[in-house]
Design a protein around this ligand. Structure first.
Ligand code: NAD
Ligand code: UDP
Length: 374
C-alpha cells in the first residue's frame, strides 16, 4: 500500500543526473548501456528485501541495472518489493528462495543470465547469535558456499559481499584500516571472517573472480520517502532503531550501555552512515568489479564517530521530543570506539558518504512515523 506517498517521477531523473555528474565511471557505464540499447546488466541481489538490500535495489534501478531480488523473507516484509518498484520506477523480478537451496539457485541461473551478485542474505542479530551458533554458521557460511558453488558452475564470478566492521575485533586502534589484523568475538563476526577467507581463497584459486568484501560500519536512516527502512522484529538490539521506538512511545526509555569509556562523554563511539550512502557504495563496487579481479576488503563508513549521547541529541532534534534514557552497565563485548579509515573506498571506488547524522535521524524518524500508516 502506498497511499501516503506521492511519487514524483522527476526525482528519479534528478538523482540519476546528479550521479552522472559525480561518478565518471558510472556515467560511462550508463552511457554504454544506453548506446547498446536493450543490453542492461542483470544483478542478483540476495537478501534484497532486507534493510540494506532494499535500499541498494532502489539505487541499482536508478542507476539503470536490472535486478533479480532473491529473499526467503525470514526477516523482511512481503510488501518491500512493491515499495522498491515504486521508488525505482521499474519492475523487479522477485525470487522467493533460500540461498541454501542449490537446485533452486541452479534453476534461477539457467533461466536468467546474471552478470554479478550482491550478497546480503544472512542472519544479522549479534545479540543472541551465541545461543544458536549452528543456525548462524549454517545459514550464513553454508548459504554463501552454496551460492558460490552455483555461481562458479554457471560462470558468474563477480560478487559484492556484505562484511562488517565487527571483523576488526576488540584490540585495534581507530580509525580501522583494511590491513589491520582481524578477529571475532562472537559467531556472527566469525561467520563474516570465515566467509571473507572463503571468498579470498576462491579469488586466489581462479583469477576470473572479482570479489569486494565491503566492511560496513553502522548503517542507520531510511529512504527519504519513508517507504523502506529498518523495521526489526521484537525489541531492537541496535541503538538507532531502539531510540526510534522510544521516540514513538513503544518503549519507555533507552538504556545507555556505559558512560565510563575513555571517550569524550564516556559513552561508546560508532561510525554511523546513512543507508542510502551505503547502498550507493555498492554501485561503485559493482562498477569497480567490472574491470578489476581478485578480492579486496573495503571499509564503508564516514570516517567520523558519534557517541551515544550525541545520537540521542540528534534524534531529539529530528523528532522534536525528549528521549528519556538511563545509564546502565557496559554491554559485554562492546568496544569504546569504532570508526573507519575511508581512504581505500575513496581511492578505489571514488566513494564517500555524503549525508550527516541529522539527516540520518530525520529520515529514520520519518520512516518510523509512517510505519503505522503503510
Ligand atoms: P536484514 O536482515 O534486513 O536483511 C537480510 C535479508 O536476508 C532478509 O531480508 C532475510 O529475509 C534474508 N535472508 C536471510 N537468510 C536468507 C537465506 N538463507 N536465503 C535467502 N534470504 C535470506 O539485514 P541487513 O541489515 O539488511 O543486512 C544485510 C547484510 O549486511 C547482512 O549480511 C548483515 O550481516 C550485513 N551487515 C549489516 C549491518 C547492519 O548494521 N545492518 C552491519 C554490517 C553488516
Ligand atoms: N547502545 C546503547 N543502548 C542500546 C543499544 C546500543 O547504549 O540499547 C550503544 C552500544 O553500547 C554502542 C552504540 O550504542 O556503544 C552502538 O551500538 P549498536 O548495537 O547499534 O552497534 P554496534 O555496537 O554493533 O556497533
Amino acid at each position: 500500500m502506498v497511499n501516503h506517498f506521492t511519487w514524483n517521477p522527476g526525482r528519479v531523473i534528478i538523482f540519476v543526473y546528479k550521479e552522472a555528474l559525480t561518478t565518471p565511471a558510472l556515467a560511462h557505464r550508463q552511457a554504454k548501456t544506453k548506446a547498446k540499447g536493450a543490453i542492461t546488466m542483470a544483478i542478483l541481489v540476495t537478501g534484497g528485501a532486507g534493510y540494506i538490500g532494499s535500499h541498494t535495489c532502489v539505487e541499482l534501478l536508478e542507476a539503470g541495472y536490472d535486478i533479480i531480488l532473491l529473499d526467503n523473507f525470514s526477516n523482511a516484509k512481503r510488501s518491500v518489493p512493491d515499495h522498491i518498484r515504486t521508488l525505482g520506477g521499474r519492475d523487479v523480478e522477485v525470487c522467493e528462495a533460500d540461498i541454501l537451496d542449490e537446485e533452486g539457485l541452479h534453476s534461477l541461473f539457467s533461466r536468467r543470465s546474471i552478470d554479478a551478485v550482491i550478497h546480503f542474505a544472512g542472519l544479522k542479530a549479534v545479540g543472541g547469535c551465541a545461543q544458536i551458533p549452528l543456525n548462524y554458521y549454517y545459514n550464513n557460511v553454508a548459504g554463501t558456499i552454496s551460492l558460490c558453488r552455483v555461481m562458479a558452475t554457471r560462470g558468474c564470478k563477480r560478487m559484492i559481499f556484505s562484511s562488517s566492521a565487527t571483523v576488526y575485533g576488540d584490540s585495534n586502534t581507530v580509525p580501522f584500516k583494511e590491513d589491520y589484523p582481524t578477529s571475532a568475538t562472537n559467531p556472527y563476526a566469525m561467520c563474516k571472517l570465515v566467509i571473507e577467507h572463503i571468498l579470498r581463497d576462491i579469488a586466489a584459486a581462479d583469477s576470473e573472480w572479482s570479489v569486494a568484501l565491503l566492511r560496513y560500519f553502522n548503517p542507520i536512516g531510511a529512504h527519504p520517502s519513508g517507504l523502506i527502512g529498518e523495521d526489526p522484529n521484537g525489541i531492537p538490539n541496535n541503538l538507532a532503531p531502539y531510540i526510534a521506538q522510544v521516540a514513538a512511545g513503544k518503549l519507555p526509555h533507552l538504556n545507555v550501555f556505559g558512560d565510563d569509556y575513555a571517550t569524550r562523554d564516556g559513552t561508546g563511539i560508532r561510525d554511523y552512515l546513512h543507508v542510502s550512502d551505503l547502498a550507493n557504495g555498492h554501485i561503485r563496487a559493482l562498477v569497480y568489479s567490472e574491470t578489476n579481479r581478485g578480492a579486496q576488503a573495503i571499509n564503508l563508513g564516514t570516517g567520523a564517530g558519534y557517541s551515544v549521547l550525541e545520537v540521542i541529541r540528534a534524534f531529539e532534534r529530528a523528532c522534536g521530543k525528549e528521549i528519556p534514557y538511563q545509564v546502565t552497565g557496559r554491554r559485554p563485548g562492546d568496544i569504546a570506539e569504532c570508526y573507519a579509515d575511508t581512504e581505500k573506498a575513496q581511492t578505489l571506488l571514488q566513494w564517500k558518504a555524503r549525508r550527516g547524522l541529522d539527516e540520518m535521524c530525520a529520515d529514520m524518524w520519518n520512516f518510523a512515523a509512517k510505519q503505522d500508516q503503510i
